[in-house]
Design a protein. Structure first.
Length: 101
């Protein structure tokens, strides 16, 4: 795994519609290979809450700018609209900086 001094952590949290959980997982299996090839991408882990249909994407990118370019690409190509159709509301996206202590 690549490690750079100022890697950015992106946490995206969303609630899935009850009847869209399986569709969401199929969509991810389709789109994640492209994500993993995108410039600046380092890693992603996706977690689903055991009691609720909440998902959390824990992503590591070389910089926030790489992630923002990726998000714009996903928005421009319509993928975010497709994914958001499985969400109850727009996702919450937060940015974090890795502290290399």
């Amino acid at each position: 795994m690549k490690r750079m001094k100022n890697n950015a952590i992106v946490i995206l949290e969303a609630n899935l519609k009850e009847d869209k959980v399986d569709e969401f997982q199929l969509l991810l299996s389709k789109y994640l290979p492209e994500t993993r090839e995108y410039p600046g991408f380092i890693s992603i882990k996706i977690h689903k809450n055991l009691e609720h249909n909440t998902v959390v994407f824990y992503q590591e990118w070389e910089t926030i700018e790489y992630y923002e370019a990726y998000l714009k690409w996903r928005t421009d190509t319509g993928v975010m609209d497709i994914l958001e159709n499985t969400f109850t509301a727009a996702p919450n996206i937060r940015y974090w900086k890795v502290l290399n202590l």
